[in-house]
Design a protein around this ligand. Structure first.
Ligand SMILES: C[S@@+](CC[C@H](N)C(=O)[O-])C[C@H]1O[C@@H](n2cnc3c(N)ncnc32)[C@H](O)[C@@H]1O
Length: 267
């Protein structure tokens, strides 16, 4: 399955900012609790975007882990490199990596490989996770996070009510527990599914609408079945804002719960 999806730094950083501002829990803490990166570890983060997880691992190990972030978006890699040069970490490297192609690393290279909200877009899951397994050291860990089907129920309900249209299939949540878990399980020696829930409470409608814009944005190519041009897009956003306002007036707040799955596997 080829997925025509593209992330932009503007939309990605906006969503991260909103998670941080309105979320009750911190997904970074969960990531660290699960992986517990150690000084001396060799780490690969696939679909690293603007480098969020790489900087997290570097901070946690006080710059003592050897970290590579790979992404196929040159725009996001430049953002990551910009931040890297501002921070001055010497132990992180960002490089081009397309997870639909062979990974440019020898066998048995990494202690762990993480991929946050990214690798589940892979066109051929068997191929991509076989590559992930190949580059891990024996006993190395894979940690893949992504949305579960229950994720952001309120967000999808509001969009359904506003648009009167079915939600386009989301490549992550529709196959995370099924195809993705099963593929990893068939390649790795031990696989388990962890979950993380984070309610985002919006004290007003505007930040919710900002989140909607950063998700539905035409540039990401995930939601384009819902509109044909800028005008239709703006119409849809207006309708979503109206429904959200109705819900907000009724309930006094808007709560959107992120329900994240983490597949942890051992080579
Ligand atoms: C939702 S973002 C997550 C980024 C980052 N892990 C984070 O949590 O901030 C998904 C990332 O997957 C990347 N991506 C999508 N398809 C890819 C591919 N074929 N190869 C490598 N990266 C890809 C996108 O460019 C984007 O950076």
């Amino acid at each position: 399955m080829q997925i025509n999806y593209q992330e932009t730094s503007k939309d990605l950083l906006k969503r991260i900012d909103i998670h941080e501002k309105y979320g009750a829990r911190d997904i970074d803490k969960w990531n660290i609790e699960v992986l517990n990166p150690q000084p001396g570890n060799k780490i690969l983060d696939v679909g690293c975007g603007a480098g969020k997880q790489c900087f997290l691992y570097s901070d946690y190990t006080k710059g003592q882990a050897d970290i590579t972030g790979g992404d196929f978006s040159e725009e996001l890699l430049s953002k990551a490199r910009e931040k890297l040069s501002a921070r001055g970490d010497k132990n992180i490297m960002f490089q081009f990596l397309d997870f639909n192609k062979s990974f440019a690393f020898p066998n048995n290279s990494f202690d762990f490989l993480s991929s946050a909200f990214a690798i589940y877009y892979a066109a051929d899951l068997k191929f991509t996770f076989t590559e992930a397994q190949r580059v891990l050291k024996p006993g190395g860990r894979l940690f893949v996070t992504g949305p579960l089907p229950e994720n952001k129920q309120m967000f999808y309900d509001i969009i359904k009510e506003a648009s009167n249209q079915p939600i386009p299939p989301m490549p992550g949540s529709s196959r995370f527990k099924g195809d993705i878990f099963n593929t990893i399980d068939s390649i790795f020696s031990k696989t388990e599914l962890l979950t993380f829930e984070n309610p985002l409470t919006f004290p007003e409608v505007q930040p919710f609408v900002d989140y909607v814009r950063a998700s539905l944005s035409e540039d990401r190519k995930l939601w384009t079945s819902m509109f044909n041009n800028k005008e239709e897009y703006e119409n849809l956003i207006r309708k979503i804002e109206q429904v959200a306002t109705r819900w907000f007036t009724r309930d006094g707040k808007l709560v959107m719960t992120k329900v994240v799955g983490g597949i942890l596997a051992i080579k």
